[in-house]
Design a protein. Structure first.
Length: 78
């Protein structure tokens, strides 16, 4: 399990190709919480199992999907 801190809150979450998926809004029980800003017909959102069509805009980001964390963004493996 990766260790996250409040430094990650506010960072953009981007796909492997650089498409913005959302923003980190909180750290919950050691995991990143992401507010999704793209529609649920997005391939990355679909791959991760995040159904944004049910009025759930925030999702916990599983560590296995995090590729790296840079100064201004969290890059995903997908």
């Amino acid at each position: 399990m990766a260790e996250y801190s409040d430094e990650q809150v506010g960072k953009r979450v981007v796909s492997q190709e650089g498409e913005e998926i959302g923003e980190v809004t909180a750290i919950d029980d050691g995991s990143l919480v992401v507010r999704v800003t793209v529609g649920n017909n997005n391939d990355v959102v679909d791959h991760m199992g995040w159904d944004t069509g049910t009025n759930q805009e925030e999702h916990t980001l599983n560590d296995r999907y995090v590729s790296n964390i840079r100064e201004n963004a969290v890059r995903l493996r997908v």
